[in-house]
Design a protein around this ligand. Structure first.
Ligand code: SF4
Length: 145
């Protein structure tokens, strides 16, 4: 099966802090499935490393609806980059016919079910990242690691 996956879970050093989120479960999945790595934030034009960002005023669905923004801790609005990255991930999934996606938990792009609450205090709230929200809108099943 073709599965789109957050590149950082496979050990790609694309995280905001220049590190990765290598995950043994994700690595093992390579044995049974064709994994297609994506990093929405890099695809959206952001550099690595980059300032940490959180969704302020809602979750990824609210960002797609124009009701919330993605902001860095120092107050820069990076919403457009996140939207661009989400569109890229959707295009990758659709072009490969992938209906399942595995994304990195709690990221403002890739989070699924839990994201940070926009206060940069390490507090989680219920919601999806921007990429997750867009993929779900297009009928793609998203799980997180
Ligand atoms: Fe890129 Fe998503 Fe990993 Fe963040 S969580 S580094 S956006 S793949």
């Amino acid at each position: 099966m073709k599965i789109v996956i957050s590149a950082c879970l496979l050990g790609v050093r694309c995280r905001y802090d220049g590190g990765d989120s290598r995950n043994d479960t994700a690595i093992k999945q390579k044995e049974t499935d064709e994994l297609i790595p994506v990093c929405p934030e890099e695809a959206g034009g952001l550099s690595t490393p980059r300032p940490p960002a959180e969704i302020v005023g809602g979750d990824g669905d609210d960002v797609l609806n124009g009701k919330a923004k993605v902001m860095t801790a120092d107050g820069t609005d990076v919403t457009e980059a996140y939207l661009k990255g989400a569109q890229h991930a959707l295009q990758v999934a659709q072009s490969h016919g992938a209906t399942q996606v595995i994304l990195k938990a709690r990221s403002p792009s890739c989070g699924c079910g839990d994201i940070y609450d926009g206060t940069f205090s390490g507090t989680l709230t219920t919601g999806d990242g921007v990429t997750t929200a867009l993929l779900k809108r297009h009928g793609i099943t998203v799980t997180s690691l």
